[in-house]
Ligand binder design. Structure first.
Ligand code: SF4
Ligand code: SF4
Length: 448
């Protein structure tokens, strides 16, 4: 069975919410719609205190340069436009809305009817890309890169295939798995739309073989569709990394940055993003809600919730039975790549794939011991880096050395820290180094 060739680890899967059908989370009393939900320039608020908004009303227009619009996930009155705490740990601009009722923009098609590609022969590639941009869609696997930009390959490049990332290799997370079981037809139309937008006739859906029901269903549904292939993959973390998935599915290796997947002809989209594209293009629905897994070993009712963007995390925890008494840490995302949350008032954003409540025992970190030079971290690294060295150089603030040893290529997967027998905080150190080096590179580019 196919997989990527370099490194990788096998953390315990703990997919305890996999059997839990998607259900709608209750509306919050107050929603906090952040203007910083994507990579690039923040959105700029276009509403003010006292304004009335509906579900799907634009509350933030794209900022200058790389940016996307932001839409309200609730109806009601704008309470304030102010700096609010978000998942970055910083207070940043947001629109705060007091929720009244649940009134949607009339332009959104709320019927459950499936709209197939053949029902819209009028759609051109440019129409599809424009709709994706206007709907504020970003990579929903966590990367939050503006999708409209990804669907417009730079001059000199040509896409040869689209790969749907349905791997969901992070332990605990099951939102993408449930989406495939519950919305397979819509996902397939979404993939066809992307293929049409970028002018390719080959589309793959990569799914790890720990989701046999999703593989079976997607294969059955895709059987009559020309050019679409479901690719079962051997379970190995971090197969959901873009470069690892491309290697696993089509056997091509993306060179080091600044090379992109498009340089080997691939456009990769997370399965949640593909569904959002279907909804935007075929149902005229901007991105204002998403599926989020709320889970943990001590949680009473681990769930996959369809939550409006702007809903405070506390409310989602209430939905799954409240915070367990033995809570040790709350993570936004999964245990490998997620980050600890500072407050439960932090709202759901376009990139929120999971909320993991770790108990005391799980969240306790072992005391780091000296490096024993076993090279296990090197063997585990899917990017062929030397994590022990990068961590050491980062700690010593040797930024030029970090750059020479290719720290920008780190995908922050945490495989090195997971495998280290000395429990070295490798990822923590490398993240600091990577952030600093990327800042230095940006400053140098701005001076040119
Ligand atoms: S976090 Fe970075 S250095 Fe560590 S294994 Fe992943 S890619 Fe390699
Ligand atoms: S895995 Fe840990 S102990 Fe082994 S070389 Fe890497 S940092 Fe050192």
């Amino acid at each position: 069975m196919k997989t990527f060739r370099l490194g990788g680890v096998h953390p315990a899967e703990n997919k305890i919410s996999a059997g839990s059908p998607i259900r709608e989370a209750a509306l919050p009393k107050q929603a906090i719609i952040s203007m910083f939900q994507h990579i690039g320039a923040p959105a700029v608020p276009v509403v003010k205190r006292g304004d009335t908004v509906k579900v799907g009303t634009m509350v933030g227009e794209p900022g200058k340069g790389l940016s996307v619009p932001v839409f309200s996930g609730v109806s009601g009155k704008v309470n304030k436009v102010d700096a609010m705490l978000d998942s970055s740990g910083l207070k940043r601009m947001a629109v705060v809305i007091d929720v009244e009722g649940d009134e949607w923009e009339e332009s959104i098609d709320r019927t459950p009817d499936l709209v197939r590609l053949g029902d819209r022969p009028d759609l051109t590639p440019a129409d599809i890309v424009a709709k994706v941009r206007e709907a504020g869609i970003v990579g929903m696997g966590g990367a939050t890169f503006p999708t409209g930009v990804k669907l417009s390959p730079p001059p000199g490049t040509k896409a040869t295939c689209v790969i749907v990332n349905a791997v969901e290799c992070e332990p605990y997370l099951t939102a993408d798995h449930r989406l495939m079981l519950e919305k397979p037809d819509q996902i397939l139309v979404g993939l066809q739309l992307i293929m049409k937008a970028v002018g390719v006739d080959k589309g793959y859906i990569g799914i790890e073989n720990n989701k046999p029901d999703a593989i079976r269903l997607m294969q059955e549904k895709a059987a009559g569709i020309q050019g679409i292939e479901v690719v079962p993959l051997k379970v190995k973390y971090p197969q959901g990394g873009e470069k690892q998935l491309i290697d696993a599915v089509i056997g091509r290796q993306v060179p080091a940055p600044p090379a992109l997947p498009i340089h080997v002809g691939a456009i990769v989209q997370n399965v949640g993003t593909v569904y959002a594209i279907y909804e935007a293009v075929m149902k005229n629905k901007p991105l204002f809600e998403r599926i989020i897994t709320v889970t943990g070993k001590s949680v009473s009712n681990p769930s996959n919730l369809l939550a409006r963007i702007g809903t405070p995390m506390q409310q989602l925890i209430d939905e799954v039975g409240g915070l367990p008494a033995d809570t040790g840490k709350i993570i936004g995302g999964g245990p490998m790549m997620g980050k600890a949350l500072l407050s439960l008032e932090i709202p759901v954003t376009k990139g929120s794939s999971g909320l993991l409540i770790m108990n005391d025992k799980e969240s306790r970190r072992a005391t780091p011991q000296p490096c024993i030079r076993c090279a296990k971290c090197v063997a585990a690294c899917p990017m062929g880096l030397e994590p022990y060295l990068l961590a050491k150089l980062s700690k010593a603030a040797e930024w030029e050395q970090c750059l020479q040893n290719d720290i920008p290529s780190c995908i922050e997967c945490g495989s090195c820290a997971f495998t280290c027998p000395s429990h070295r905080p490798l990822l923590d150190n490398i993240r600091v180094g990577k952030t600093t080096v990327m800042g230095i590179l940006r400053a140098r580019a701005a001076k040119k």
